[in-house]
Design a binder for this molecule. Structure first.
Ligand code: HEC
Length: 125
């Protein structure tokens, strides 16, 4: 009986659908889905690993060198601005400009939450 109970617990813990590279909260998982359905994954990767565009993994609060020679910290405001006004700040080293999109502010916040969690989820004790 105890064995069966332990087996059940292990089964429940291991159960997860479409397991992303890191364990995401429900909100971040929703942000990831939106990021994929909005076409961002084509350039930034379905797990934020990057591609034609920069990686989302480790992006939050990192220093970003811009094409105008300045360096900015990728805080929430920067991420929101990067998505809502892609032409405002250009990350150095990318010849391709990021295309604009028609996401609402709420949708952008959801994706930013995902990007934030990608950078912070690995650092919990
Ligand atoms: C056609 C490819 C492409 C698509 C699609 C695209 N991006 Fe980008 N993105 C880029 C490139 C290239 C850059 C770097 C150049 C720049 O800053 O414009 C960038 C920059 C960014 C940055 C700043 C990253 C950094 O390293 O500082 C964020 C955040 C971002 N994109 C989010 C998104 C989101 C969210 C979507 C979907 C709505 C999206 N991107 C769609 C190509 C793309």
């Amino acid at each position: 009986m105890t064995l069966a109970a332990a087996g059940l617990a292990v089964g429940a813990a291991a159960c997860g659908s479409d397991t992303p590279a890191v364990q995401l909260s429900d909100a971040a998982a929703a942000g990831r889905s939106l990021m994929i359905s909005s076409g961002c994954a084509a350039c930034h990767g379905s797990d934020g690993g990057g591609g034609v565009g920069p990686a989302f993994v480790g992006l939050f609060m990192s220093d970003r060198p811009l094409s105008d020679g300045t360096i900015v910290t990728a805080d929430r405001d920067y991420l929101v601005e990067s998505i809502m006004m892609p032409g405002m700040k250009q990350v150095e080293g990318y010849s391709l400009p990021m295309p604009s999109n028609s996401l609402t502010r709420d949708e952008v916040d959801l994706i930013v939450g995902y990007i934030v969690e990608l950078a912070t989820s690995g650092t919990t004790p």
